[in-house]
Design a protein around this ligand. Structure first.
Ligand SMILES: *[C@@H]1O[C@H](CO)[C@@H](O)[C@H](O)[C@H]1NC(C)=O
Ligand SMILES: *[C@@H]1O[C@H](CO)[C@@H](O)[C@H](O)[C@H]1NC(C)=O
Ligand SMILES: *[C@@H]1O[C@H](CO)[C@@H](O)[C@H](O)[C@H]1NC(C)=O
Ligand SMILES: *[C@@H]1O[C@H](CO)[C@@H](O)[C@H](O)[C@H]1NC(C)=O
Ligand SMILES: *[C@@H]1O[C@H](CO)[C@@H](O)[C@H](O)[C@H]1NC(C)=O
Ligand SMILES: *[C@@H]1O[C@H](CO)[C@@H](O)[C@H](O)[C@H]1NC(C)=O
Ligand SMILES: *[C@@H]1O[C@H](CO)[C@@H](O)[C@H](O)[C@H]1NC(C)=O
Length: 920
């Protein structure tokens, strides 16, 4: 890798530097750790500027196409007769390569399966010079896959269909909009101009250079300012009949605005207040103003059809409508929190991703880990009363501790060039583990050292790409003395090894010995990976330590450490605020001391974050066979007095799994009663009839507790929800905005007139234009207590009544709300309707393709299987003729794991019975 690096650096400094490169200061080009045939060759040719002319006329919009001319300045570092460029779904009509003294003809061949178009030249292209490659082409504005330059639609107030053209490029969509070097490390400047209907507006990353000029025939042309050097995947452009509202300028004078469909302006307020606040918070934290990065503008746009939640295009952030538009009278508190966090996430990306970019997708945690970290930690600064930093532990750390304990989890950074595998890198390891490991780093460096390191990292690598080593090295200069090795060495196994350690504590008098071993759910103990683990802890001598996250001592590879207690009877709890990415296993003596403390008068002697962590760890230790369920259920007796949102979130997560892996009806009823009894205090702390919308945690807790209470059939919850639902269907009294999800689902589940009630709510879905409300309804319709209606609902998923972006909520709503029947419904539907799937979804390998929708549907449903006949049904479906190979492969894996799960069921049921009906 370093060899390649040296060659490239040499070429660039020893040849006549093209002007643009001199300007952008290529510092240390960083190449992927390996590079193979399906990647562009960075030692041959580099783009420095793209001049793009895009034309989207009204006819083009109606016909789903666009025209383009791309003029790309290319710097050749070697003599060559041919080179490669990415292009996909583009019809190329003309190609020329120009430089004075060069008169060769260029012939494009391809694209091949890597989306490479090979340009063959009739004359040798000589190294050391800039050539201009000009390509004329047309492209498709596709409706189905929300990738590349694509078409979205909505119905306006007069009932007319309106089309817009918009982009989503990460990871490989730019090549569908213009020929380009579509890998993050090929940065260049962009001059974009767009010709569009005079009834629309055109937006791009940077500001217009001047007012649009009349291009005749009802068209306008706008040219945007040259962008800073940037990666192709954060380029964006939009042609739409939208309206915009200006927000406040940021502290550095950067103007902000929000745009969306006409008629949604009243819903812009959260987007308008959150973006400048997040931009200011990030600028303060990093001591680098947003405007100084290179684009002094921030526009946020709500797009009706959008593949992901939001996208960090530099200066032009795009969102799914439900992730940006909020209705004060109808959307929930949680909807608002999501919007705030999404905005903070994308704003953080302007620094981590757009300004300093991962060198290759293998290291995308350099983008997504920081975005996840700041999604919470910037929002926490802005909305101090929401406890978002504490929610980070529930929503990010604990879930990924679960998935990262599977034997097939991947490291944060691992080499791959395979496009399908690259899509999977955009998952909870890069996001949640990335964010969690960064949080751990922050805690052992201390917040000030952390800030300084980040500022150094950004300043040294801005307009360039980075890799993990460059990041870790940025902290070397400012780190506390107790860090046992270089930051890079400390972070090594967190970065390149999968999983995390289980710390085991053994007491011997006043001495507590701590050792480590990788934690695997399978109980497998053969993995020898060792980590540098920063440890914090609290003992009964000083419970105020629970909020202290400074490292107290380090556990280093292959060496146990000892903590000496003041007093042999003291309890000790590791990992304050769960800032360390590990689990803890206490020996019997230590655990029983914690248990006694939890059952003593003052529950809060042990803070709620620790209770949440203990619940999560204990349930997972039982799941891995390292603790007995009977003991863990006994341990959880303290929950009877606990009403913390944090402990209960972890509790419910663990018990969802127990419900998934039990099938004996009487045992399930015992489990239900056990939970209902334990949650009495919790439920009384958030009565159905007492809402406190200004109290964020109360509100989140109320929704959580009532969702469980109603699902478990707790009478007063079901009664209240049913009364509220009937009052809606009979008298059109809209349920309160925070409890809608509970009321809709419980109402349908307990409906006495299923057809009427289902249709009532479905019609509300059709008539509302509010995206958050549409989603709330879609997530509830599957709760209907009638299998025929559920089949009808599933069929809707394959019609244009449901946007492709929302299809997954339809399935989820059916398979997750109806126990075994929901699984049966879904399997039945798959078998009978596969053909319709094929015609409805595109065949592109994008996020929303048939392949990715089917594979994720199959594996999720398979995970819920509890009966042999359901496995047979799934296997039968996998024999369907013409089924995509990768779907079959994923399906076979799902069958295999479902078969394993059936065995787990009998073991687990045996263990739970030990608790509920102990052998005498
Ligand atoms: C692109 O459009 C701009 C503005 O209309 C024009 O000045 C420029 O010459 C066009 N470029 C090409 C390659 O046609
Ligand atoms: C758009 O152009 C058409 C044709 O030139 C013209 O009739 C119309 O007034 C223009 N509309 C706007 C909004 O400028
Ligand atoms: C919410 O309700 C108030 C009072 O009825 C109204 O003034 C306001 O416009 C409504 N907000 C939205 C976004 O509809
Ligand atoms: C605790 O550790 C110290 C050394 O650190 C040792 O002298 C002492 O014997 C140990 N106590 C017990 C009970 O193991
Ligand atoms: C990483 O884990 C290996 C075992 O897989 C161990 O030998 C090594 O010491 C660890 N390295 C670091 C830097 O922690
Ligand atoms: C509704 O909830 C309140 C508060 O939780 C409870 O007191 C009441 O009994 C419930 N109503 C019904 C009809 O169950
Ligand atoms: C709108 O887009 C959807 C894809 O989400 C497509 O199924 C539908 O046909 C489009 N509607 C029109 C009128 O083109």
């Amino acid at each position: 890798m370093w060899q390649l690096l040296c060659i490239l650096a040499l070429v660039i400094t020893s040849e006549a530097m093209p002007k643009k490169y001199a300007g952008i200061q290529v510092k240390k080009p960083i190449n992927p750790r390996t590079s193979s045939g399906n990647r562009l060759d960075p030692t041959l040719v580099l783009p420095s500027n793209y001049n793009l002319n895009l034309t989207v006329t009204r006819d083009n919009l109606d016909n789903g196409k666009f025209d383009g001319i791309a003029k790309i300045e290319l710097y050749f570092a070697k003599d060559t007769d041919s080179f490669q460029i990415h292009a996909k779904d583009l019809t190329i009509s003309k190609v020329t390569l120009a430089k004075s003294g060069f008169s060769g003809d260029l012939t494009p061949e391809g694209p091949d399966t890597n989306d490479f178009v090979t340009m063959k030249s009739s004359q040798t292209i000589t190294r050391g010079y800039v050539y201009v490659l000009e390509i004329h082409y047309t492209g498709k504005l596709s409706d189905t896959d929300m990738d590349g330059f694509y078409r979205s639609n909505y119905t306006d107030d007069d009932g007319n269909t309106k089309y817009l053209a918009t982009t989503q490029f990460e990871q490989m969509g730019a090549r569908r909009a213009f020929p380009c070097f579509d890998e993050p490390s090929f940065k260049a400047t962009f001059d974009i101009s767009i010709t569009y209907p005079n009834t629309s507006m055109a937006l791009s990353n940077s500001r217009p250079k001047a007012d649009p000029i009349d291009a005749r025939n009802g068209l306008l042309t706008v040219t945007f300012q040259t962008t800073p050097v940037m990666s192709t995947y954060v380029i964006a452009f939009i042609v739409a009949e939208f309206t915009c509202i200006n927000g406040a300028n940021t502290a550095d004078g950067t103007p902000t605005k929000v745009c969306g469909r006409p008629g949604t302006e009243e819903l812009f307020s959260v987007g308008l207040e959150a973006a400048p606040a997040a931009l200011n918070t990030m600028a303060d934290f990093l001591s680098i103003s947003y405007g100084s990065l290179g684009i002094k503008k921030m526009t946020q746009v709500a797009i009706p059809d959008f593949a992901v939640g939001a996208m960090e295009n530099w200066g032009l952030m795009t969102y799914r409508e439900s992730d940006l538009l909020w209705d004060e009278n109808q959307s929930s508190n949680y909807d608002k929190q999501i919007i705030y966090m999404d905005i903070s996430h994308e704003v953080a990306h302007q620094y981590f991703g757009d300004y300093v970019t991962t060198n290759w997708w293998s290291n995308v945690f350099l983008n997504e880990g920081f975005a996840t970290y700041f999604e919470y930690h910037a929002t926490a600064e802005i909305r101090k009363d929401w406890e978002v930093a504490k929610q980070f532990v529930l929503a990010e750390v604990q879930p990924v501790l679960l998935s990262d304990s599977s034997g097939c989890s991947k490291p944060l950074s691992y080499d791959t060039n395979d496009p399908v595998e690259i899509q999977t890198i955009f998952g909870d390891i890069s996001y949640n583990k990335g964010g969690s490991v960064i949080k751990m780093l922050q805690s052992f460096l201390g917040i000030e050292n952390f800030k300084q390191g980040l500022t150094r990292y950004l300043n040294n690598n801005g307009h360039n790409v980075a890799n993990p080593e460059i990041l870790w090295d940025s902290f070397e200069e400012s780190k506390p003395d107790d860090v046992p090795d270089t930051v890079k060495t400390v972070m090594d196994n967190w970065t390149y090894k999968p999983g995390y350690p289980l710390l085991s504590l053994t007491q011997n008098g006043i001495n507590i010995t701590i050792s480590q071993k990788r934690f695997l759910l399978s109980g497998d103990d053969t993995d020898e990976t060792q980590w540098y683990v920063p440890i914090t802890y609290t003992t009964s001598a000083d419970p105020s330590e629970f909020t202290e996250t400074t490292t107290k001592l380090w556990l280093t590879p292959d060496t146990d450490v000892t903590i000496v207690l003041d007093n042999e009877d003291s309890w000790i709890i590791l990992n304050n605020q769960q800032v360390g990415y590990y689990r803890v296993n206490y020996d019997q003596t230590l655990l029983s001391k914690i248990e006694t403390a939890l059952n003593s008068d003052d529950l809060d002697n042990i803070d709620e974050m620790s209770r949440s962590k203990l619940v999560d760890d204990q349930l997972n230790l039982a799941r891995a066979g390292k603790a007995e369920y009977a003991d863990v259920l006994n341990f959880l007796t303290f929950m009877k007095r606990d009403s913390s949102y944090y402990s209960w979130s972890s509790f419910y997560n663990g018990f969802s799994y127990l419900f998934k892996r039990t099938k004996d009806e009487s045992l399930r009823n015992l489990l239900k009663n056990y939970i209902k009894e334990l949650m009495e205090t919790l439920k009384n702390s958030v009565p159905f009839t007492t809402e406190k919308p200004t109290d964020q945690i109360y509100t989140l807790k109320q929704v959580l507790a009532l969702t469980w209470a109603c699902n478990l059939g707790e009478t007063s919850c079901v009664n209240n929800a049913t009364v509220a639902f009937t009052s809606y269907t009979m008298d059109n009294n809209i349920p309160s905005r925070n409890l809608k999800s509970v009321v809709y689902c419980t109402g349908l589940k307990n409906s006495e007139n299923p057809t009427e009630d289902y249709n009532f709510l479905y019609n509300k879905y059709l008539s509302t234009k509010l995206a958050t409300e549409q989603l709330t309804i879609l997530k509830a319709l599957g709760c209907i207590n009638d299998s025929t209606l559920r089949q009808e609902y599933l069929k809707l998923a394959l019609t244009d009544k449901i946007r492709i972006q929302d299809v997954r909520y339809v399935f989820q709503s059916v398979y997750s709300n109806n126990g075994n029947e929901g699984v049966d419904d879904t399997l039945e539907f798959l078998k009978n309707n596969y053909q319709d799937f094929e015609t409805h979804f595109g065949t592109q390998s994008t996020l929303t393709s048939l392949r990715s929708i089917l594979t994720s549907l199959i594996s999720t449903v398979a995970d819920l299987i509890t009966e042999e006949y359901q496995i047979d049904k799934l296997s039968e479906f996998l024999k369907t003729e013409g089924l995509d190979e990768s779907v079959v492969a994923a399906g076979n894996k799902a069958v295999e794991s479902a078969t394993g799960n059936l065995k787990t069921i009998s073991i687990l049921e045996g263990q739970l019975n030990d608790y509920f009906s102990p052998p005498r």
